[in-house]
Write a protein that binds this ligand. Structure first.
Ligand code: HEC
Length: 113
């Protein structure tokens, strides 16, 4: 009795998950990007809404709001790093794949103040 109802719950959960998962890999879910940002230790120097050693991602999004190919530019900077002469620089991250960098860049651009 209890067994069959928990099986039904499992099935419902699995179905819900299948529906919630986007069909195309290009549709980045915020939690995917945050997993990458944690995995690649970006959050040591960055936060979504706070300036640390690096700029807050929400400020990066504001800066790039009018840049037509913002996602490509940001993805390239993530992989190559950035040194604009401040006290800190952004180290290159060649270990981040192009697709992962774009997922992160899309997430950054989705942030609103
Ligand atoms: C060691 C500290 C550090 C780490 C780790 C780090 N960053 Fe940065 N990041 C910086 C600093 C400092 C800047 C600003 C560099 C400058 O303006 O010269 C920056 C800038 C940026 C920018 C803004 C680029 C722009 O044009 O304004 C983005 C986006 C960014 N980082 C993303 C990331 C991501 C994604 C990761 C993880 C893969 C990461 N950072 C890891 C320090 C870091």
């Amino acid at each position: 009795m209890a067994g069959s109802s928990s099986r039904a719950m499992m099935l419902a959960a699995t179905l819900a998950l299948a529906i919630a998962t986007p069909a195309t890999a290009d549709v980045a879910r915020p939690q995917d990007a945050q997993t990458l940002l944690t995995h690649f230790k970006c959050y040591i120097c960055h936060a979504d809404r706070e300036t640390k050693a690096g700029p807050a991602f929400v400020d990066v999004a504001a800066t790039f709001r009018r840049t037509p190919n913002a996602v490509s530019v940001i993805a390239r900077e993530i992989r190559r790093g950035l040194r604009r002469g401040g006290p800190w620089h952004m180290p290159p991250h060649p270990e981040v794949s192009q697709a992962q960098a774009r997922t992160i860049a899309r997430y950054i651009m989705s942030l609103q103040r």
